[in-house]
Ligand binder design. Structure first.
Ligand code: URA
Length: 207
């Protein structure tokens, strides 16, 4: 799979197991999700450019670096909120948007029920945060919304992805890089990722 990065580490394996465990309480689930998001956020540094600067140490001047731009953080409501804190830890100065997408019962087309995204500026990069890349329908719609607003550099961060969802996103938006922590077996007939972790929003918000 091109343009897909699968992160692997013992810490991720441990925390993914906590997320998958149906006996993990909402507090335990939230803590593990936040930690995984933090790991993804650290990894995201590899896709960002730096610009040179000069820094005064207590002894002399030396070379330093700044990020060329702070990424726009865009959690997809509502489970994406569970990833926001981890990313804000690494990008405290980033603007944060929000997007909520649902399926119109009559037309079955995806539509945004909530959207609050900062205006795009040249060179902006958006980090789309959605823990479960299932069918990809929500992500594809969010990416289309972003492109219409002028954002062209978009990275999709998920915790668990289904092969079907990855294929759908890649087919619709080949330029969007996907960074994920697990690629599970398949989607079931209800659109849940198998083996997955159930409904991420319900588990995070204890609903
Ligand atoms: N969203 C979830 O929260 N879980 C899934 O398995 C699929 C979509």
């Amino acid at each position: 799979m091109e343009n897909v990065k699968l992160l692997e580490s013992s810490i991720l394996k441990r925390d993914l197991t906590t997320l998958r465990d149906k006996n993990s309480s909402s507090v335990v689930f939230s803590t593990a999700l936040r930690r995984i998001a933090l790991i993804l956020a650290v990894e995201s540094g590899s896709v960002l450019d730096t610009v040179s600067t000069v820094v005064d140490t207590p002894l002399e001047k030396t070379d330093g670096y700044k990020l060329r731009t702070n990424p726009v953080l865009l959690p997809v409501l509502r489970a994406g909120l569970g990833m926001l804190e981890g990313f804000r830890e690494i990008y405290p100065d980033s603007p944060v948007g929000m997007i909520g997408t649902k399926r119109n019962e009559a037309t079955l087309a995806a539509e945004n029920y909530y959207i609050n995204i900062p205006k795009s500026a040249d060179g902006d990069i958006v980090f789309l945060l959605d823990p479960m890349l299932a069918t990809g329908g929500t992500g594809i719609h969010a990416i289309e919304t972003l492109k219409k607003m002028g954002f062209n550099a978009i990275i999709y961060f998920s915790v668990i992805s289904a092969p079907e969802g990855i294929n759908n996103v890649q087919k619709a938006h080949p330029s969007v890089k996907i960074i994920t922590c697990a690629i599970d077996r398949e989607l079931n007939s209800n659109g849940y990722i198998m083996p997955g972790l159930g409904d991420a929003g319900d588990r995070y918000f204890s609903t």
